[in-house]
Design a protein around this ligand. Structure first.
Ligand SMILES: [Zn+2]
Length: 325
């Protein structure tokens, strides 16, 4: 069974040390996030994660995109829509994705050697690589203040326009080595999102992609599960450690040809799970849905954990998977 992360990792900012770095800092061109990215990738690789992320260290999942997409901006921490939304003329995440893959390769040359996440219908057992992550159009739209160009009743148009803006980005990520494109749509489980529009937007983004698509939705999925199973994605990723109701999904459902990202460690506490606790969730998943259909990961992003806790949680998850298989 392969293991992955959802995305974000604790941010350990770099300090300029060498003469060159100090000079760059004086000129305003030293990038403290490069170090944060390296540390996030090192931890994931050292913990034994197969499908890593770049750690999403540069900002929150909303800021990272709202600060770059034309027509959007960030006011304090809040995304704002204040103009016509258009595609970004450059990639937001491709250079970090490449840097992360290079960092991983330096520690373990197997990363990126075999970039096919799937081998036919099943996960490729020898896979080691990286995912490209975007925040979904519904989540970006519904968490933004609308201050200009669009009126409040034009939410659907905003979501569609954001989808077209993000479509370019996912191709940049795919072309730069992403083995899967993950779209984070936490708002789908809040009850305020229109799932029909969300699906239409995802179809726009994913239509011409050749890599598999993952959709991460945190929160309680029971009520929307049948509907999100209809989305054209290959993997649906959810929380199963800290969302007890979601366990019903493991009991009741067929995946209708999809794979499941099985959140099996809690990202909301620094308390480290025992192998037995993680194994209980994984066993429940594989007994009902088949081990060939599951990839194990934490419930959600780990940005708010201590680095030590984040690393330990990844490690216990990887060790549990090894212990079970
Ligand atoms: Zn999440």
């Amino acid at each position: 069974m392969l293991t992955t992360v959802v995305g974000s990792y604790p941010v350990v900012l770099g300090e300029p040390n060498s003469f060159i770095e100090k000079l760059m800092a004086n000129l305003g061109s030293y990038d403290p996030y490069e170090y944060a990215l390296e540390q996030a990738v090192m931890d994931q690789v050292n913990a034994g994660i197969d499908l890593i992320s770049d750690g999403q260290v540069r900002g929150s999942m909303l800021q990272m995109f709202a600060s770059q997409i034309p027509g959007m901006s960030v006011d304090g921490n809040k995304p704002v829509i204040n103009g016509k939304i258009n595609p970004v003329p450059y990639s937001i995440g491709a250079s970090d994705l490449k840097a992360a893959l290079n960092t991983a390769k330096k520690i373990n040359p197997e990363y990126g050697k075999n970039m096919d996440l799937f081998d036919g219908q099943n996960f490729n057992k020898n896979f080691k690589g990286i995912k490209g992550i975007i925040t979904g159009p519904t989540t970006l739209a519904l968490s933004s203040l609308i201050e200009g160009f669009y009126s409040e009743d034009k939410k659907e148009q905003i979501i569609v326009d954001i989808a077209w803006a993000l479509k370019k980005e996912v191709h940049y990520l795919q072309d730069n080595g992403a083995a899967t494109i993950q779209i984070d749509e936490p708002f789908l489980s809040t009850g305020i999102a229109d799932l029909k529009t969300a699906k239409k937007a995802l179809d726009i983004i994913t239509k011409d992609l050749s890599v598999p698509v993952t959709m991460h939705v945190c929160g309680e999925l029971v009520d929307i599960w049948d509907e999100i199973l209809r989305f054209k994605v290959d993997i649906i990723d959810g929380e199963f450690a800290d969302q007890p109701k979601n366990i019903q999904i493991l009991d009741d459902t067929s995946l209708k040809g999809k794979k499941l990202g099985l959140g099996c460690v809690n990202n909301k506490t620094d308390v480290i799970e025992s192998k037995e606790q993680v194994a209980t969730i994984i066993k429940k998943g594989i007994d009902n849905l088949g081990k060939e259909n599951i990839i194990a990961d934490p419930d959600c992003g780990m940005r708010l954990r201590t680095r030590k806790a984040a690393y330990s949680k990844l490690k216990v998850m990887v060790e549990t998977v090894k212990w079970l298989f």
